[in-house]
Design a protein around this ligand. Structure first.
Ligand SMILES: [Zn+2]
Length: 117
């Protein structure tokens, strides 16, 4: 499962941050996941629970926030977002062209917030 290496990276980010800030316990972690990523929140939590057992983040709840995909138009350089995968990719708001957008973001993930004590 491709969630496992991702969760190992997320856990190491969280633990490093916790150590730097003298955190005793991490309660929850908000992870931004691009709408074009196929990471499954359910599997993310399962793997996280497994690998975080002996860490400061044991038992932490993951919150997944979907991040819109970002395009930049190859013709006029305007940036625009695609919020919902079920909808067609929008035309460029700058020049109105369809299909000239270059994908800039939307496939990755990052730790956005963590709640800790
Ligand atoms: Zn354009």
């Amino acid at each position: 499962m491709h969630e496992l290496p991702v969760m190992i990276k997320i856990l190491s980010v969280v633990c490093r941050h916790a150590q730097k800030n003298g955190v005793r316990e991490v309660r929850s972690i908000t992870v931004g996941v691009g709408i074009l990523s196929d990471l499954e929140p359910e599997w993310m939590q399962k793997y996280f629970d497994r690998i975080s057992r002996e860490t400061v983040a044991a038992g932490a709840r993951l919150h997944v926030r979907r991040i819109p995909a970002l395009f930049q138009c190859a013709i006029c350089q305007a940036s625009y977002v695609w919020k919902d995968r079920k909808q067609p990719i929008p035309a460029c708001p700058g020049c109105g062209r369809q299909g000239e957008g270059r994908l800039v973001a939307g496939t990755g993930y990052q730790v956005l917030e963590m709640e800790a004590i």
